[in-house]
Design a protein around this ligand. Structure first.
Ligand SMILES: [Zn+2]
Ligand SMILES: [Zn+2]
Length: 194
């Protein structure tokens, strides 16, 4: 493999959202803490050289490995990101629709309760806030066939700063050996731990 010192792998984030925003698909690693996201951007991603940013999606059954890395102007503090995730509708939509380019942004993921949102906010059960009881200590959903007892919705807030990714590939596990970034990720984080 390469002779550079190995870049540490980082998976301590919540997941990845795929959002159509600003005329382009956005790949959005999610954090619960705004400060952590801002710091990671400032210390790591800000220094990435855009044309070298690689996003890899290694599909294994119902799951995929999200792999993200780049060359940087600050090699000493560089890290690469990975996360094992379940395939989702948004993921499939991104896979079909990205057209070879995406923006990379970081995002904050937060759970909201009834008092934090407007009447038309949608609960995880699929029904709006106004379809739930508005009593102080009861959120029961009014839909007869719905078992929801507690209004909860999630919200993703995107940080403004962005980078452009033009090197995007979807790989099967067999194809990983021909892709240095994905191979290194699976070697270090999967094969080595078996
Ligand atoms: Zn509900
Ligand atoms: Zn409901």
């Amino acid at each position: 493999m390469s002779s550079q010192s190995p870049i540490p792998w980082f998976d301590d984030f919540l997941g990845v959202a795929y959002r159509y925003f600003d005329l382009r698909m956005n790949i959005v690693p999610l954090f619960s803490d705004r400060k952590e996201a801002v710091n990671l951007w400032h210390d790591v991603i800000h220094w990435w050289v855009d044309p070298t940013i690689k996003a890899r999606f290694v599909e294994i059954g119902d799951q995929y490995w999200f792999v993200l890395g780049a060359e940087t102007k600050k090699p000493d503090s560089n890290i690469s990101f990975y996360k094992t995730l379940a395939k989702s509708e948004n993921y499939e939509r991104f896979k079909k629709g990205h057209g070879g380019e995406a923006y990379l942004r970081l995002g904050m993921y937060s759970r909201k309760s009834k008092t934090d949102v407007k009447d038309d906010a949608i609960c995880d059960c699929g029904h709006a806030k106004e379809d739930h009881d508005d009593a102080k200590d009861n959120d029961e959903c009014f839909y007869e066939d719905c078992k929801c007892r507690k209004f909860e919705s999630f919200q993703v807030t995107l940080l403004k700063k962005k980078k452009t990714i033009t090197d995007i590939a979807f790989l099967s596990e067999d194809e990983v050996k021909d892709d240095p970034l994905a191979w290194n990720c699976l070697y270090v984080n999967k094969l080595n731990k078996k």
